[in-house]
Every structure is written in C-alpha cells, then in structure tokens.
Design a protein around this ligand. Structure first.
Ligand SMILES: *[C@@H]1O[C@H](CO)[C@@H](O)[C@H](O)[C@H]1NC(C)=O
Ligand SMILES: *[C@@H]1O[C@H](CO)[C@@H](O)[C@H](O)[C@H]1NC(C)=O
Ligand SMILES: *[C@@H]1O[C@H](CO)[C@@H](O)[C@H](O)[C@H]1NC(C)=O
Ligand SMILES: *[C@@H]1O[C@H](CO)[C@@H](O)[C@H](O)[C@H]1NC(C)=O
Ligand SMILES: *[C@@H]1O[C@H](CO)[C@@H](O)[C@H](O)[C@H]1NC(C)=O
Length: 406
C-alpha cells in the first residue's frame, strides 16, 4: 500500500472490507470499485498513479478514468488475461511503453481517448495473437511526433485483426502515405474533426475491407482528381464528407460530377459550399456546372467537355502552324547566303530573258529585217502589241518594264 494513502481512502477501504463479500473485496484493486454483476472494475481515483496489476477473475471490463496515471509501463495488466475491454480515457497519459498491453491476450476493445500521448513505443500495441478489434485514439495525440510514432506502432503492432480505428479530434493536418496499410481488415476509420486539407494517392492503400470512412469536420475545400481516385478505391464502402469548407468555383467540377454519380456518400445533405458568398450553404450535390461559374456551353445540353476539347484542338493547331512557320523562317535565315545567290541568279535569268526579248523586239521593229507590214503610224508599241500573243512569256517569268528608247 502506498504511504501517501490519505484518511478518506483509509476509511473507504475499511468500510469496504466491512460491507463487501470478503473474497470480492480483497481482490478488488486499490482505488477501484468492482461490480461482479456487470463483470466490471472501475477505477477513478486521483490517487491512482499506476494501472492495477490484477482484477477479480470475473472481470471482463476495466475502466480507468480521471486518474493521474501518466505512463502505461511495459507489461502492465499481467493478471488480467480474461479482460476483453480496457477503457483508459481522460487520464493525461503521455507515454505508452513497449508491449504495454501484451499480457491482455483476450483484449478486443481498447479506448485511449482524451489523453496526451507524446511518446508511443513502436511495439506499444503488440499483443500476441492480434486479438484487438477496436482502438479509440480520439483526442489523444499530443502533437505531430505522436502521429509518426503511432504510424510506426500501427505498422509494428501486428494489428491484423483491427476492425475499427478512431483518430478523430487530433488536429491532424496530413496523413503519412500508407499509414493504414498494415491494417488489412479495417472496416471503420474515423478521421472526423481534424485539420485535413488533402487526400493524396496512397493515403488509403492496403485497406480492402473498409466499410466506413469518416472525413467530416475537416478543412477540405476541394477534392482533386488524385483524391477522388483514392476515394474511388473504397467503392464498396461508405463515406462521410460533410461539414467541410468547400469552395464552389469551377475548379470543383470533377468533385461535383463524382458527387452526382457516387452512391458511397452517406451525408450528402451536410456537403455544402462555404464560399463564394452567393453560394454559401448551398448543397453541392445537384449544382450545375454553370452555377459554379464554369463557361456555359454554346448549345444548351451539349456536353461542354466536347466544347472544351474543340477549343484545345484549335489552340493546338495554331501552335503547330506557328511552330512550322518558325522553322521555315529559321531555315531561310540559316540559308541566307544561298538565298541571296539564288535571288541574284533569278535576277540575272530575268535580265537575260528580258534582254533576249528586247533584242527580238528591236529586230521585229527593224523595217529592213521585218517580215510584217508596218504602216506609217506603226509605232514600236503597236508592234509590241501585235507581237505579244505569239511571244507570251511563261507565267513564272518576271515582268520587267522594258525601257522604251526614243
Ligand atoms: C481466466 O479464466 C479462466 C477460465 O475461466 C480461469 O481459469 C483463470 O483463472 C482466469 N484468469 C484470471 C487471471 O482470473
Ligand atoms: C471514441 O471515444 C470518444 C470519446 O470517448 C467517443 O466520443 C467516440 O464515440 C469513440 N469512438 C467510437 C468509434 O466509438
Ligand atoms: C511533441 O512533444 C514532445 C514532448 O513534449 C516533444 O519532445 C516533441 O519535440 C514535440 N514534437 C513536435 C513536432 O512539436
Ligand atoms: C474537435 O476536436 C477538438 C480537439 O482537437 C475538441 O476540443 C472538440 O471538442 C472536438 N469537437 C467536436 C465537435 O467533437
Ligand atoms: C448534377 O445533377 C444535376 C441534376 O441531377 C444536374 O443539373 C447537374 O448539371 C449535374 N452536375 C454535374 C456537374 O454533372
């Protein structure tokens, strides 16, 4: 017996011994009350500093609450092999040592809610035979270090039999990827009342039997494609997404489509917009894409996705043409010397042609050599006109004004 036992406790103990059936009272641990009818031991004394080691043989439930216990030492509860439920809520527990519960080989239900866990040993939750089915860690993690500790403990704990896990009210801002991947039989996961903003791919990997995922009361503004894919993996299960501050802008359209089609959502009435002001408190499900400010399609009823893809294909075409143009100009630039030469050659060729033409014109208009009759008013111009049809230049030849010498 601790020496700090005060007078009231002494009196209570004395009265207890006098009034109880002796065999039960003697077995009831210090600071606790034992109820054989309900097979329950309840310990709520502020004087309790460590967990009791033993309980009456009939006990199946041990409730320890409102005590000053701060640490669950290694291999506590050694003589409680028949106990199935341990409730340790609201004690200010800060540390779980290695194999804290390993003597409780029939433990199904462990409630650690309302504590301040800062230090969790990687093997704190290991129990031979994996009997644990429900673990309540609501409002129990002190800070982010505790979350990483817990992630390790969930991995090392051999919790293959765990069906329900409550992590609500822990101010969690992010979940380590694969945090739950060693809980293959988990059916209910409560992440209510945290500060989560995103679900990443891999967050819920390895959980193939999840029936209920509760993400109520977090800080989700939007579920992006990655998150929706992750939720889609839980197709068989049900999801709660209410009381989050959703931003109902066009960005949320994929989520809206998902909501419209999903049959997994349990609390659609609580899934409402927090902004913009004109949509505050509007139910998300059933909102149209126009209502959230997406571009209105040209034809009413026509799939605006097609419209969008048409637009993108025009943009793409423009880009391709622009690129081809750039390449063409670039080639011209690289080849500028050759071009200059080519232009010069063309010019020379033109001049040759023209000179030939001019020469023939001169010959044609020479009255001594001409075969054609030229009247008195016949000028060179007329001759030129007459000659033109028979002397048509090829289309691609350049037209240069022939200098008329007087
Ligand atoms: C647990 O129950 C078994 C069988 O009912 C009993 O023999 C054993 O003594 C009990 N253990 C404790 C620690 O009471
Ligand atoms: C976990 O404990 C909290 C607080 O004691 C309680 O409100 C909550 O319902 C429990 N979770 C489950 C899944 O029973
Ligand atoms: C969490 O709390 C523990 C104990 O007070 C401290 O050692 C640790 O540094 C804290 N971690 C963070 C991330 O604040
Ligand atoms: C949410 O969690 C905080 C602690 O993180 C707690 O104080 C508060 O009571 C919880 N709210 C609800 C509605 O459960
Ligand atoms: C959702 O369904 C409603 C009618 O049930 C429809 O008016 C709305 O356009 C749909 N929204 C989306 C994004 O598919």
């Amino acid at each position: 017996m601790p020496s700090s036992l005060n007078f009231t406790s002494l009196v209570r103990l004395f009265v207890g011994i006098l009034l109880c059936v002796p065999y039960q009272c003697l077995e009831c641990p210090f600071g606790c009350e034992c109820f054989s009818a309900t097979r329950t031991v309840k310990c709520a004394s502020k004087d309790l500093l460590t967990v009791p080691q033993s309980a009456p043989g009939y006990a199946r439930t041990v409730i320890i609450t409102g005590t000053n216990i701060q640490q669950i030492a290694s291999k506590s509860f050694t003589e409680m092999e028949n106990v199935t439920n341990i409730i340790l809520s609201n004690n200010g527990i800060t540390e779980l040592a290695s194999h804290s519960f390993s003597a409780l080989i029939n433990l199904r239900f462990l409630d650690l809610s309302g504590n301040r866990l800062a230090l969790i040993h990687p093997e704190a939750l290991s129990i031979p035979g994996s009997p644990l089915q429900e673990l309540n860690l609501s409002r129990s993690l002190y800070n982010f270090t505790a979350l990483t500790d817990l992630t390790t403990a969930l991995r090392w704990g051999g919790l293959g039999g765990l069906l329900r896990l409550d992590l609500s009210g822990n101010s969690l801002t992010l979940l380590p990827p694969g945090m739950f991947s060693h809980l293959p039989n988990l059916q209910h996961l409560y992440l209510t009342n945290n500060s989560l903003v995103s679900v990443y791919s891999g967050t819920f990997s390895g959980m193939n039997h999840l029936e209920l995922l509760d993400l109520k009361q977090n800080f989700f503004k939007i579920f992006r494609a990655e998150a929706l894919q992750e939720l889609e993996k839980l197709r068989k299960g049900h999801i709660r997404l209410g009381n989050n501050p959703y931003t109902c802008s066009c960005e949320i359209r994929n989520f809206l489509t998902w909501l419209n089609e999903s049959r997994a959502l349990l609390d659609e009435d609580a899934v409402r917009c927090a902004s913009p002001t004109e949509l505050t408190n509007a139910r998300l499900r059933g909102l149209s894409v126009q209502a959230i400010g997406c571009v209105v399609p040209v034809l009413p009823g026509q799939a605006d996705v097609a419209d969008l893809s048409l637009q993108t294909s025009y943009v793409f075409l423009g880009l391709v043409l622009g690129f081809v143009g750039m390449v063409f100009l670039f080639v011209l630039y690289l080849n500028r010397k050759g071009m200059k030469k080519w232009i010069n050659e063309m010019r020379d060729a033109c001049r040759d042609v023209m000179e030939g033409y001019h020469y023939r014109y001169e010959i044609d208009s020479d009255p001594r050599l001409g075969h054609m009759s030229v009247d008195k008013s016949g000028s060179r111009a007329q001759a030129h006109l007459r000659m033109a049809p028979s002397q048509q230049l090829p289309n691609d030849t350049c037209i240069v004004q022939v200098p008329v010498d007087t």
